[in-house]
Design a protein around this ligand. Structure first.
Ligand code: ADP
Length: 165
């Protein structure tokens, strides 16, 4: 059984992430989307919310599941019996950080390989940060995220009620 872990903050999941997940699901017997706790990044969605959003969005993909982890990624990967880490590469700007991360993970555990996947070209400009920014400003994000994520964003970023004084 070839198992791959796709780790990330997924705050929230975008269509770019989904594209990578679908591609990985064709290459591996099982893909585990592992949502990192990442409290230091001050995520908009809680860990449980981020996992639930991924779970719903991948419900149609039989060999994909969602999970969460905290701590060292390589330890989590080994604990799930996986041999590969999947990461997405959008542009050259992603490369330096991802390269460093992949080599560090290899130093920590020689047995785990990092696989890089390129999304469909229309998703190369997409990031969770940009999607949150657009949603915060009241922009339309339906073409960038799955429908359940769009609903969650609208709910989370609903402007506070204004009171007349
Ligand atoms: P992290 O905080 O670990 O970077 P992200 O949720 O931002 O978590 O991203 C997880 C992974 O998905 C990273 O490898 C990132 O490069 C990749 N990724 C993010 N957005 C896209 C996209 N639009 N297309 C392809 N890969 C992406």
């Amino acid at each position: 059984m070839r198992i791959a872990i796709y780790p990330g903050s997924f705050d929230p999941l975008t269509n770019g992430h989904l594209d990578v997940i679908q591609r990985a699901a064709k290459l591996f017997d099982r893909v585990i989307v592992a949502v990192a706790k990442n409290e230091s990044k001050h995520p908009l969605f809680t860990l449980n919310e981020r996992v639930a959003l991924v779970k719903k969005a991948v419900a149609q993909l039989p060999n994909v599941e969602a999970d969460s982890f905290d701590g060292l990624l390589v330890e989590y990967v080994a604990s799930r019996g996986a041999k590969a880490i999947v990461r997405g590469l959008r542009a050259v700007s992603d490369f330096e950080f991802e390269f460093q991360l992949a080599l560090m993970n290899r130093k920590l555990d020689e047995n785990i390989e990092t696989i890089f996947m390129m999304p469909k070209d229309t998703y190369t400009f997409l990031s969770s940060r940009i999607v949150k920014e657009i949603a915060r400003l009241g922009g339309e994000v339906s073409q960038f995220v799955p429908p359940n994520v769009q609903t969650a964003l609208t709910k989370k970023l609903k402007p506070a009620k204004k009171f007349k004084v």
